[in-house]
Design a protein around this ligand. Structure first.
Ligand SMILES: O=c1ccn([C@@H]2O[C@H](COP(=O)(O)OP(=O)(O)O[C@H]3O[C@H](CO)[C@@H](O)[C@H](O)[C@H]3O)[C@@H](O)[C@H]2O)c(=O)[nH]1
Ligand SMILES: [Mn+2]
Length: 729
């Protein structure tokens, strides 16, 4: 590492041990496959069909396991040297634009949005170099009103944060988690700020509830006049309002310092033109910002992802400004962390394994995926530039506006860049900007950037950079993962399939890494088969695994036990997952495969044959009081649709039935014989039952609103009985 480096890359510890372990698993898997191929039952009555099915499922799992090794082979961790950055660049730090996306004032309350916006405006960074843009896909005057309030409150909030070095700088979070300081001098200031903040949020809440902004308030800003009664969220002209112009010498906070620029944008909406969801919003922001601030660096966050670390911009710049290793870095991705997870993470939403293990592994092959939020980009690479050795960034770039220019004229020009027709017959959404047509616009865009020769870096500091709101019910979790698995599978089936499109452009390890997610959807069928066929065979008295006394028993049991043990150790080593949390993760692993991935896969296929169109269901950021209480108590909320629940319940009840039958048989015939014949099958079936205890509770024991309706329980029970009987004929 040279002295001038602004960041360091370190290899994760324990790799030789891991690789040794991986080799033993690989050997075990080969033996299993060999055994399957050479011990095919002679007749169909003896389970030949099930055997073949099981072999195929195991073949798939073996392949998928190999794919997942890419990200565990050589993980790396990054460290930054911010003091060196300040020493060398303090006076000439580049301008930074920040893009925040919101889409619906009711699903994403304006108070949540502005708390995020305020946290970003208060970064520990020269305010005159900072511009924050909000894209409002709801085109709502309520959100605009909240933004206007935020622009006023910022004058108090930003100096308060900087003076007291607060963390986090999202007021909603700060005031709900910190207590009033004891010493008298700060006491008053603190209380005053809290009251100011609460009065503002109360005003905003009241206006959001009433659904309209009172006339006398509209007089406060010219922007309100842009809204006309006939406008709806689906049909309205483009609106751009510069709420704070950082270039205006009079735009100062109450300590006399400059303020960051703050811009509200609602791109034009018209049902006749497809708006391409978040990708469309981002592309409009790229254009609108290009004439207002045009900074070389763009940070992109979702409206719920507030800044939790005031130094994140400086950290990210350590990567970009490193003269040797930073030249080819296109984006710096932070992990997606949530602030609303319970201790044992009922729905396995913390993404800890992805954040702490897999992203670090991807980083060693050329960089993590772009995951849509908490990501710093170079403007040029987002706009389609290819990497060449000669490329030199112009860090001084920024719009050369005259502070006395007519702001309304500038806004009008910006509005003309955010119309529905602007992109017609252009490369926007294709080679320029974020890519359209794929449900995970972020992943595909990042992949295309990497295939143009760029790298990315993953930065996961101990003080988390960004925190957002994760799903809090089963239905939301399933829905989010359906969108993700659908979009990822879409990539795999398109011409952007990493093995083809990425071939020769990105490393094989990275191609494999992408496929971990691209192939989520395909995991559903083999998993479904694996939790049904062996259990049904158990019921029928067909043995599908080697006897306990056979030497082949060893590879099977080794792979099963060692993989689970490793997964538990990996989880515990992150220090963020409890044992109970790991167990919940295993349950969700099963549930996601049986629902999200299955539906995601089907949705992709139906889109390819043209039956359905792409959608983007926003993840809810608020939930009812009753449901929130159960969430806090870590009680599962079975609010998913009946069909979704039916699959989970079917698998749970079927395995229960099979386990009961096997136990009865063992009691009649003697445990020794039955265990020898069926040990692994019973183990598998028993594990599924153990994982599903929470489901049985929801089905049979609980009576609260979050439990499973009796109609669904009875229907599934009837189907399970029918299937069990039929299978024995
Ligand atoms: O038409 C739309 C739909 C969504 N959004 C915004 O997109 C963001 C992400 O939506 P959310 O419902 O929170 O989805 P998540 O599943 O939490 O999002 C993850 O996955 C998405 C891709 O599926 C990425 O775009 C996100 O950045 C990533 O956080 C939010 O800020 C929305 O306001 C829009 O701006 N316009
Ligand atoms: Mn989100």
């Amino acid at each position: 590492m040279s002295d001038r480096s602004l960041f360091a890359t370190e290899q994760a510890r324990g790799r030789p041990a891991y690789r040794l372990y991986a080799c033993t698993i690989l050997a075990g898997i080969c033996l299993i496959l060999y055994y399957r191929a050479t011990h095919l039952p002679a007749t169909w009555r003896e389970g030949r069909g099930e055997w073949i099915g099981l072999s195929l499922a195991e073949l798939w799992h073996a392949f998928y396991w190999v794919i997942t090794q890419s990200v565990r082979w050589n993980p790396v961790h990054r460290r930054t040297f911010k003091d060196k950055l300040s020493q060398r660049y303090e006076g000439r730090l580049p301008n930074v634009d920040i893009f925040v996306c919101t889409a619906d004032p009711y699903a994403e309350p304006p108070n949540l949005v502005i708390s995020t916006v305020l946290s970003l405006m208060a970064y520990n960074y020269p305010p005159e170099k900072l511009s924050v843009y909000l894209s409002d896909d709801g085109g709502s005057i309520l959100t605009f009103y909240a933004m206007w309030e935020a622009s006023q409150f910022a004058k108090h909030w930003i100096p308060f944060c900087k003076r007291n070095k607060l963390e986090p700088r999202a007021p909603a979070i700060y005031f709900s988690t910190s207590d009033c300081p004891n010493d008298k001098s700060h006491h008053e200031e603190w209380l005053g700020m809290k009251i100011l903040y609460e009065e503002m949020t109360n005003r905003i809440d009241a206006i959001v509830m009433s659904g309209k902004v009172p006339e006398e308030l509209k007089a406060n800003h010219k922007g309100f006049s842009q809204w006309k009664p006939e406008m709806t969220s689906k049909k309205h002209p483009p609106i751009v309002q510069i709420l704070i112009d950082g270039k205006d010498p009079n735009a100062l906070d109450n300590a006399g310092n400059a303020l960051p620029t703050l811009v509200y944008m609602a791109r034009e909406k018209n049902p006749e033109y497809h708006h391409n969801f978040k990708a469309g919003a981002m592309n409009s922001l790229i254009r609108v910002s290009s004439i207002i601030s045009n900074s070389p660096i763009i940070l992109n966050v979702d409206c719920d992802m507030y800044s939790n670390n005031a130094d994140s911009i400086r950290d990210a710049l350590c990567f970009f400004l490193d003269e040797v290793k930073g030249r080819d870095i296109a984006f710096v991705q932070y992990p997606q962390n949530y602030n609303n997870m319970t201790k044992n993470d009922t729905y396995g939403n913390t993404l800890t394994v992805i954040n702490e293990v897999e992203m670090c592994g991807l980083d060693s092959w050329g960089g993590p995926l772009y995951i849509g939020t908490g990501c710093f980009h170079r403007r040029e690479t987002l706009c389609g530039m290819k990497y060449t050795k000669e490329y030199k960034e112009n860090w001084n770039r920024g719009s050369e506006r005259n502070p006395h220019d007519d702001i309304r004229k500038l806004e009008e020009k910006a509005e003309s860049l955010a119309t529905c027709t602007y992109e017609l017959n252009t490369q926007w959404g294709n080679d320029v900007g974020l890519k359209y047509g794929i449900a995970v616009e972020d992943v595909i865009t990042g992949l295309m950037i990497q295939c143009r020769g760029w790298k990315s870096a993953y930065y996961n500091p101990p003080q988390k950079g960004f925190l957002g709101v994760g799903p809090t019910t089963l239905a939301q979790t399933i829905l989010q993962h359906k969108r993700w698995s659908e979009g990822n599978f879409q990539i795999f089936l398109s011409k952007y399939c990493t093995f083809i499109y990425g071939h020769g452009k990105i490393k094989l390890g990275l191609q494999m890494g992408y496929c971990i997610y691209n192939l989520w959807a395909l995991n559903s069928i083999p998993t479904l088969y694996y939790v049904i066929a062996p259990s049904l065979s158990l019921l029928r008295g067909i043995s599908l695994f080697p006897k306990m006394t056979s030497p082949w028993f060893i590879p099977f049991s080794y792979v099963m036990v060692a993989k689970q043990t490793y997964s538990l150790i990996e989880a515990l080593l992150t220090r963020e997952i409890t044992v109970q949390g790991w167990w919940n993760l295993q349950r969700m692993w099963l549930i996601k495969r049986l629902t999200s991935y299955l539906y995601g896969g089907l949705a992709t296929l139906s889109k390819i044959v043209g039956v359905s169109k792409m959608g983007f269901t926003i993840t809810a950021k608020i939930s009812g009081e009753d449901a929130s209480k159960r969430y806090e108590q870590e009680i599962m909320e079975f609010d998913a649709s009946s069909l979704t629940l039916a699959i989970i319940e079917f698998v749970a009840l079927l395995n229960m039935t099979c386990l009961v039958c096997a136990t009865t048989r063992a009691m009649m015939r003697g445990w020794a014989i039955v265990l020898d014949m069926y040990f692994l099958q019973i183990l598998l079936c028993g594990s599924v039952v153990a994982l599903n205890v929470a489901i049985y509770e929801g089905l049979l024991l609980r009576k609260d609103k979050g439990s499973i309706p009796w109609s669904v329980t009875l229907t599934t029970l009837a189907v399970v009985m029918l299937v069990s009987l039929l299978s024995r004929v």
